[in-house]
Design a protein around this ligand. Structure first.
Ligand SMILES: Nc1ncnc2c1ncn2[C@@H]1O[C@H](COP(=O)(O)OP(=O)(O)O)[C@@H](O)[C@H]1O
Ligand SMILES: Cc1ncc(COP(=O)(O)O)c(C=O)c1O
Ligand SMILES: [Mg+2]
Length: 269
């Protein structure tokens, strides 16, 4: 049996629901072999749950990328939290040396529950260096407005406008996640391939337990692409996977609740 090999280039969420942990759990659920290149470690204050990000050195990240890209080989990779410009430069360089069949860029700029951009310099570097190489880029509403340099996105029309601008930056497919924040009764995501807009709608679930939903969604897209799906099918399957995971999200303390990565397997509702 051959199992597709995939790579996540992302940060460690010590609480286990987002970041590299969400990616690996998703890869496992979707029957692909997951490997990692760690960019940073995120820890939380036990009393206040404020986040602290400790970056890896760019050299250490490069060694991890060499291990996987040159020592093993993958067809599909995704990025998550990239904590410094040096790290983003290193990712861009390594991907240029060894082009991938599928490169999913999840342009993580914020953590849910935190209002500030992690680092404004990294937002610009992601836009310049990684988005042009992306098979799929998966911003949430805030990240889409940063990449497209538009006002806050509130409606489906705003999403379409931002998607067209992000496509012009060079991403082959743009997937903007409306999630729970759009002025809409459904959880709407938009796919744009430069030609056609397609809206994906699912029930909007009333819950606070959505930590790591974006990581889970982009990891599922990466896994589905690695198994041979076309982009639209991969995004649709990923949406079904993350919707089930959100439906069965659960609290792990008084601050945070992750999605349940096993939901698609445990509950078929
Ligand atoms: N309340 C919700 N109900 C149903 N789906 C949701 C909800 N919130 C987010 N989603 C979906 O989860 C996925 C991740 O979106 P989102 O949570 O906006 O990303 P991020 O975690 O990057 O902010 C998207 O497919 C989005 O539509
Ligand atoms: C390491 C890491 N990556 C990514 C994220 C973003 O998570 P989400 O999938 O909720 O956008 C977080 C949020 O805490 C994180 O800690
Ligand atoms: Mg996100």
């Amino acid at each position: 049996m051959t199992i597709p090999k995939v790579l996540t280039i992302a940060g460690s969420d010590t609480s286990g629901g987002a970041g590299i942990q969400a990616d690996l759990k998703t890869f496992q659920e979707l029957n692909v072999y997951g490997m990692t290149a760690l960019t940073c470690v995120v820890t939380m204050d036990p009393q206040l749950w404020s986040h602290h990000v400790t970056p890896m050195s760019a050299e250490l990240l490069e060694s991890q990328l060499d291990t996987v890209l040159n020592g093993i080989g993958v067809t599909s990779a995704k990025t998550g939290m990239l904590s410094t410009v040096a790290i983003i430069d290193a990712v861009a360089r390594k991907i240029e040396e060894r082009p991938l069949e599928h490169f999913v860029v999840d342009p993580v700029m914020v953590c849910k529950g935190e209002n500030e951009v992690l680092n404004p310099d990294t937002a610009e570097a992601i836009l310049e260096k990684l988005v042009p190489k992306a098979t799929v880029v998966t911003p949430n509403l805030f990240e889409a407005s940063q990449l497209a340099k538009t006002a806050p996105i509130r409606t489906v029309e705003d999403m379409k406008n931002a998607a067209a601008k992000i496509h012009e930056l060079g991403a082959k497919h743009v997937v903007i996640k409306g999630g729970g924040k759009l002025l809409h009764e459904k959880a709407v995501d938009l796919i744009y391939d430069g030609q056609e807009f397609e809206l994906l709608e699912s029930d909007r679930i009333e819950t606070n337990y959505i930590h790591g939903a974006g990581c889970t969604f982009s990891a599922a897209i990466t896994a589905e692409l690695a198994k041979g799906a076309d982009v639209r099918t991969a995004v649709k399957n990923a949406k079904a996977f993350v919707t089930a995971a959100i439906r069965h999200g659960f609290p792990i303390n008084s601050f945070v609740g992750p999605t349940l990565h096993a939901a698609h397997r445990l509950y078929r509702d």
